[in-house]
Design a protein around this ligand. Structure first.
Ligand code: GSH
Length: 225
């Protein structure tokens, strides 16, 4: 199987991490988002949405990080995607919560307009309003994540066992480190992130993210949570 990816991409790294931890062999092909390779005809034919990741398994192509995680986990019968109906439904629920609610407001609403010049709103007032709105919504999601989804007793998002929801969510949260957000006000999030950071392949998978996103933004001023 082949993964079209970018090492900094928030939607590629959960798959890289899961594949590395679960010993799923993948051929990795970089799509250079920094030079706009995703808009070149060759890649547009692979994914007309011009995004990574894309998984290729023989003549089958799959987009969407959440769907790819589920496909890989199901294909390898990974315990990170339990077969039990209700346990699996819980994993799906957490992944939808992350993808449709948390990621939208925390990343696209609050973080990205601050760290990506192409997502900064052209007008200062609009920019400030966008970030303030995103911050308000993100604070709400973080409280739910900390107090309702993780709670003091959970090591992972679905209880004591790691699931593919943890791979997806932890990489989303890590984005906060670009603006020096370490989630100190959220003890359960900190514990969970600590558990994820202790994974054998965490450092290697996130190396490029620190090099290209965290380090160059050190010392800059951002709106904080
Ligand atoms: N919903 C998609 C989103 C994928 C996505 O946002 N990919 C970004 C990188 S993190 C991308 O390829 N961006 C390139 C572009 O939009 O030009 C998924 O979860 O896979």
């Amino acid at each position: 199987m082949k993964l079209f990816y970018h090492p900094v991409s928030t939607t590629s790294r959960p798959i890289m991490l899961f594949a590395a931890e679960a010993n799923i062999p993948l051929d990795y092909q970089v799509v250079d988002l920094f030079t706009g390779e995703q808009y070149q005809p060759e890649y547009s034919a692979i994914n007309p949405s011009h995004q990574v990741p894309v998984l290729e398994d023989g003549d089958f192509r799959l987009t969407e990080s959440s769907a790819i995680l589920k496909y890989l986990a199901e294909k390898t019968r990974s315990p990170a995607y339990p077969l039990d109906l209700r346990k699996r439904a819980r994993v799906n629920e957490r992944m939808d919560w992350l993808n449709t609610g948390f990621y939208r407001d925390f990343s696209y609403g609050f973080l990205y307009p601050q760290i990506f010049p192409f997502m900064k709103r052209p007008d200062d007032k609009v920019q400030a309003g966008t970030v303030a709105w995103g911050k308000d919504k993100a604070l709400g999601w973080l409280k739910v994540l900390d107090q309702n989804l993780l709670r003091p007793q959970s090591a992972y998002l679905c209880g004591d066992d790691i699931s593919i929801a943890d791979y997806l969510g932890s990489v989303m949260l890590l984005g906060g480190e670009v603006i020096d957000c370490k989630f100190g006000a959220y003890p359960n999030i900190c514990r969970w992130l600590g558990n994820m950071k202790a994974l054998k392949n965490w450092a290697k998978v996130n190396e490029a993210f620190y090099k290209y996103m965290v380090d160059p933004n050190k010392g800059k001023e951002f709106v904080q949570l």
